[in-house]
Every structure is written in structure tokens, then in C-alpha cells.
Design a protein around this ligand. Structure first.
Ligand code: ADP
Ligand code: MG
Length: 344
């Protein structure tokens, strides 16, 4: 009886209470399937479908004008390229190889042809860089620009990394530096199109998916779990922890920050950390690996010339997710990162 009441009361909850991820968890329950060819369905960066020895990786992302991008700050060339790159980043997070994609567009009727040709030039630039092919899509008129890409990639069974798989005692690593893209956007909004520094603004306009890094980690079995950081370091760490059934401690002062970020963040915030921890749009790889892999990962960072920083450790689930300040004080974060629908 009590259970029946609970289910009934759920119908009255609104999206602001449960947020985007609460909704996705419910969709997962409503639509659960037991197809043996589906190695991963809802709940990871991409879906994984087995066909013989090969596995197909499938991912999709939606970009909506004034929600995900603002045409005041992004030109069509960069918009086209970024639309592809955010999908490539999800394939990178599995250690896969991106192959083919479809793009569907909602287009306002007064949008110029030159906007669209420039958008497709950006897209083409991205396809050349990563060897992927556009194979189709769909087009419709709409009030705002809507961009949906569905990307197909391939991988080998046993040589992929999932969000599940992290074990207690594993180190937590992240590639690159954090917060640059979010700070770049803040600077653009405050100071306009001719704002400096270009380095941070470039990170916002032109993320670089870490395809090669993801592949090396997955093929060599050096990592145990992986996700890309799209919504913010803490919220994406939390997704990995939930799927792996573990907790984590993070040392705040080990969060990798670029020199430019450290120079400019002070105009916006006293502490550099909150923004780097939950800013979003970093498109870096977050992964876990047992301590015996530390040397190999340090060598990999040198050979790929990508910073890879250990910044935390996996702990039992009951300890949850917490941070440790420089002075040794522990705290639980009050906000994890960006989530659609959620009341701020
Ligand atoms: P990412 O940030 O890596 O793109 P998301 O947080 O958007 O991942 O999605 C998490 C999981 O939920 C993925 O498996 C995705 O395919 C799935 N998902 C998201 N939205 C929906 C939806 N409306 N219906 C079904 N599955 C969804
Ligand atoms: Mg992802």
C-alpha cells in the first residue's frame, strides 16, 4: 500500500525537483530492455551494440539556440565544428573510433544561406580532422536553431571503457585543465567579442575531443572506468561513481588549472575552485586506474603531450563524494554542476 502511494505521488513531482538526471533514471526504468546484443543502453556516454566481433557505438546530442549556444558569441563555423566535437567526445570516453554521423537541423526561415554554408564548412573541418563521414540527416523549419547529431563509432568488445568499473583504491585522473571553457564564455559575455584572452575563449569555441587518449587507455586496459567531462567535473565524477557503486575523495588543490585561468578567474571569483569544479564544457576525459598504472599514465601524458593529473581517489560508496581543502578540512559540495530543469 505504501509502495502504491509512493508511485502515485511520483506523478505529482515536477522536473525541477528531479532534474535532468532524475528524469533519465526514470526513463531507464520505464523502458528497460534485455536484448543480449545491447552491451550498454541508457546510462553511459554512448550505447554499445554487439554485431559479431565488432561493436557499434552510438551517441546523440542536442544543441538548442539560447540554451546551449548564443549567436552573439559564436559564429556559424565554430558552431558547426563544436556540434560534431561534443559528440566525438562521448566516443572518446569509451575508447572508440568515430565513423559516421547524421545531422538534423531545425532552421528559422529567415536564416541566411551564408550562415548555413559557413556552419557546414565548420562541420567539414571537424570531419577531416577526425576521419568521420556525414551520411545524412533531416531538416525542418523551426523558431530557433536546433542541431541534433547522431554519431556512430566502432570498437572492440573487451577494449572499451564504461562509467562502471572503478574500484576502491583506484586513482582519479583528468586530462587537460578545467574551467577554461566556462571562464572563456563568462569573459565573452562580460567584455564582448573582442575580449581577451583568446586562449580561454578558444577553449569555449573549439573544444578538442580526446579520441587518441581514450583509445590508448581502453586498448591497453590501463584504466578501469571513464567518462567525458561535459557538464562539470563534479557532476560527471558523480555519474561515474553512481554507475560504479563507489564514492570518491578529491583534493581541491590538485585540480589542474591553466595559467591563463589562474590569472583571469580572480575578476569573477575569490576562490578558483568552485568554477573549475562545476563550470562545464571542458570535454576532457575523467578516468580511474589502479595505483600500479601511475608510471604508465605519466609516460602516456608525456608522449601525447596532454596534461593528465591525478586529483582524487575512489573510496567505498558509503563515504560519498567529498573534497579536501589545502588546510586538510573536508567538505561536501553544495552544487555539483549544470543540470537541465533543476531548481538552482
Ligand atoms: P552525456 O552528457 O554523456 O551526453 P547524458 O547525461 O546526456 O550523457 O545521458 C546519459 C544517458 O542517458 C545516455 O545513455 C543517454 O543516451 C541517455 N538519455 C538521455 N536523454 C534520454 C532520453 N530522453 N531518452 C532516453 N535516453 C536518454
Ligand atoms: Mg558524455
Amino acid at each position: 500500500m505504501l509502495y502504491a502511494l509512493c508511485d502515485f505521488s511520483e506523478d505529482w513531482m515536477d522536473l525541477q525537483e528531479i532534474g535532468e538526471f532524475g528524469l533519465i533514471n526514470r526513463i531507464r526504468k520505464w523502458t528497460s530492455t534485455s536484448n543480449p546484443a545491447l552491451l550498454k543502453g541508457i546510462g553511459d556516454d554512448v550505447a554499445v551494440i554487439e554485431t559479431g566481433k565488432k561493436v557499434w557505438l552510438v551517441t546523440t546530442d542536442l544543441l538548442i539556440e539560447d540554451i546551449h549556444f548564443d549567436l552573439t558569441w559564436v559564429d556559424p563555423f565554430h558552431l558547426g565544428r563544436k556540434a560534431l566535437f561534443v559528440n566525438l567526445s562521448d566516443i572518446a570516453a569509451m575508447g572508440g573510433t568515430p565513423k559516421y554521423f547524421l545531422i538534423s537541423l531545425g532552421i528559422p526561415k529567415n536564416l541566411s544561406l551564408s550562415f548555413l554554408s559557413s556552419f557546414y564548412r565548420g562541420l567539414k573541418d571537424g570531419t577531416k580532422r577526425f576521419g568521420v563521414d556525414l551520411i545524412g540527416g533531416d531538416t525542418s523549419v523551426s523558431r530557433k536553431i536546433i542541431i541534433n547529431i547522431c554519431l556512430l563509432g566502432e570498437g572492440k568488445r573487451g577494449a572499451l571503457l564504461f562509467r562502471s568499473g572503478a574500484g576502491v583504491g583506484d586513482d582519479l585522473f583528468v586530462s587537460g585543465t578545467l574551467g577554461d571553457a566556462a571562464l572563456g564564455l563568462k569573459i565573452l559575455r562580460k567584455n564582448g567579442l573582442h575580449a581577451k584572452p583568446i586562449g580561454l575563449i578558444q577553449k569555449h569555441l573549439s573544444p578538442s575531443p580526446r579520441i587518441q587518449l581514450g583509445q590508448v587507455l581502453a586498448r591497453n586496459h590501463w584504466a578501469t572506468a571513464m567518462i567525458d567531462v561535459s557538464d562539470g567535473l563534479l557532476i560527471d565524477t558523480n555519474h561515474l561513481l553512481e554507475e560504479s557503486g563507489v564514492g570518491a575523495r578529491i583534493w581541491e588543490d590538485r585540480i589542474p588549472l591553466s595559467k591563463l585561468y589562474q590569472k583571469w578567474i580572480h575578476s569573477f571569483s575569490k576562490s578558483p575552485y568552485p568554477f573549475a569544479l562545476s563550470g562545464g564544457e571542458d570535454y576532457e576525459l575523467l578516468f580511474t586506474a589502479p595505483p600500479k598504472m601511475r608510471k604508465r599514465i605519466a609516460h602516456l601524458a608525456l608522449s601525447l603531450q596532454i596534461p593528465i593529473t591525478p586529483f582524487g581517489e575512489i573510496v567505498p560508496k558509503k563515504e560519498g563524494l567529498y573534497l579536501i581543502r589545502k588546510d586538510g578540512k573536508k567538505y561536501s559540495p553544495s552544487r555539483l554542476g549544470f543540470e537541465h530543469f533543476k531548481r538552482r
